[in-house]
Design a protein around this ligand. Sequence first.
Ligand SMILES: [Zn+2]
Ligand SMILES: [Zn+2]
Length: 62
Amino acid sequence: MITRTVEAPPSSVECTLAQRSGYGDLHDQCHQTNDVPLPYSADVLLQRRCYCPCHGHGESSR
Ligand SMILES: [Zn+2]
Ligand SMILES: [Zn+2]
């Protein structure tokens, strides 16, 4: 059973905008498909990967 959390999955600015009608093209502008670690701080992420469904997250097969 999956319970919905209050926080939405992290998405990039581009994909957040792209979810609005009329901005769908912005999905192509998002390249945040990997976690970006903060230098010298392995446990801290500078920027999290975009979890927008347009990237097909969860599967890395190609
Ligand atoms: Zn997207
Ligand atoms: Zn994205």
